[in-house]
Write a protein that binds this ligand. Structure first.
Ligand SMILES: Nc1ncnc2c1ncn2[C@@H]1O[C@H](COP(=O)(O)OP(=O)(O)OP(=O)(O)O)[C@@H](O)[C@H]1O
Length: 218
């Protein structure tokens, strides 16, 4: 398993008291498998991705990524996990403002020591980003920024991609092309994909679906 989640709990302190978001959640994902995570707004999908990525800690339970207990790693260990094993495509694109599109696309792959020029060029072309290569993030539309954020993660070929509505800013045709590229990467390179989506149409193209409700996978 690339990902094993056992009995994870997470709650937040809010103005009306404690809000329990994840309540004993279990989930597994095999190497190279693709999973669509659905659930109502506020059900905890983004929270779950944040915990898997080690950007926040669960209150209880265990999360293993590629055999490592994320909940037991220190800051440096969790940063190394994000550099070497887990790729993130979050709703805030986190592009580097001082780097142009080409440099943003290569950034993650270079950092993880997996820069493969031919694959980077293919990702760039397939996401329609070649003609934008010398632009800077602030000169891009929301959808263009989203494609750069996806490309940056795909270029690095991490063992596990966590994507939070990665095609939310794209029209249907562009969303289909992007998802096709992600699925192809999964099939050809054994990259596992956990993708949050509100689209039943897109969810149906992944191997499995998991629905988050009342803090657990239904
Ligand atoms: N850091 C935080 N502090 C307090 N409450 C939080 C925090 N992060 C998330 N929440 C609350 O936890 C709940 C789950 O939020 P989350 O963003 O995980 O939902 P989601 O399923 O991803 O929603 P959406 O589909 O709208 O993106 C929400 O009620 C949210 O307000």
């Amino acid at each position: 398993m690339i990902l094993t989640i056992e009995a994870v709990r997470k709650s937040f302190a809010g103005p009306e008291g404690t809000l329990s978001v994840l309540d004993g959640l279990d989930l597994t994902l095999a190497e190279g498998a693709t999973l669509a995570l659905t659930g109502e707004s506020g059900s905890g999908k983004s929270t779950l991705l944040t915990l898997i990525a080690g950007l926040d800690a669960p209150d209880a339970g265990r999360i293993h990524v590629a055999g490592k207990d994320v909940t037991a790693l220190d800051d440096a260990g969790r940063a190394a996990l994000r550099r070497d094993t887990v790729g993130l495509v979050f709703q805030q694109f986190n592009l580097i403002p001082s780097l142009n599109v080409a440099a943003n696309l290569a950034f993650q792959a270079r950092l993880s020591g997996r820069l493969d020029r031919a694959w980077l060029d293919e990702v760039t072309a397939r996401l329609g980003l070649a003609e934008l290569a010398t632009r800077y993030p602030e000169q891009l539309s929301g959808g263009q920024q989203q494609r750069v954020a996806i490309g940056r993660t795909l270029a690095a070929r991490p063992a596990l991609i966590l994507a939070d509505e990665p095609t939310g800013n794209l029209d249907e045709a562009a969303a289909d092309r992007v998802l096709a590229l992600m699925l192809e990467l999964s099939r050809d390179s054994g990259v596992a994909l956990l993708m949050v989506t509100h689209s039943q149409r897109l969810a149906g193209r992944l191997d499995r679906r998991a629905h988050l409700s009342r803090g657990r996978i239904a």
